[in-house]
Design a protein around this ligand. Structure first.
Ligand code: THU
Length: 135
């Protein structure tokens, strides 16, 4: 694993501990690296009105935009998760997060998440969301 990817994974694991997930007991952490070379993190924040829950990936992206502004470009996204037993499960980003990542990514932006044998799965943006919606 490249040192920057290792750092992203460590940061995703750390921010995952901050998750507010009393309804699902499922914590998610995301760490992203931008073209400008900065790293941002986010965790999931649930709500009693379930539909208002915000995913970790989208929270991290909001942090990046708040700091770098609308020209922010994503180079790498690393996502971690833990269930109530403290285990990670196979978990790729949800459809909503894929579309939001695509908004700020390029075709070769790398997305890493935990696969079915707890291994790190790495895919490009095009692999994660082929033919994403664009005007
Ligand atoms: N979740 C994320 O944070 N990211 C995803 O890509 C999938 C789901 C969160 C939302 C909710 O708090 C919990 O995981 C269970 O769905």
């Amino acid at each position: 694993m490249q040192s920057t990817t290792k750092e992203l994974k460590e940061k995703a694991l750390a921010v995952m501990d901050q998750a507010y997930s009393p309804y699902s007991n499922f914590s998610v952490g995301a760490a992203i690296r931008t073209k400008a070379g900065n790293i941002y993190t986010g965790c999931n924040v649930e709500n009693v009105s379930f539909g208002l829950t915000i995913c970790a990936e989208r929270n991290a992206i909001a942090q990046a935009i708040a700091t770098e502004g609308p020209t922010m470009v994503l180079e790498e996204v690393v996502i971690t998760n833990r269930n109530s037993e403290g285990d990670s499960i196979p978990c790729s980003p949800c459809g909503a997060c894929r579309q939001v990542i695509a908004e700020f990514a390029h075709s070769e932006t790398q997305i890493q998440y935990e696969g079915k044998n707890k291994e790190d799965v790495r895919v490009s943006m095009t692999e994660l969301l082929p033919d994403s919606f664009r005007f």
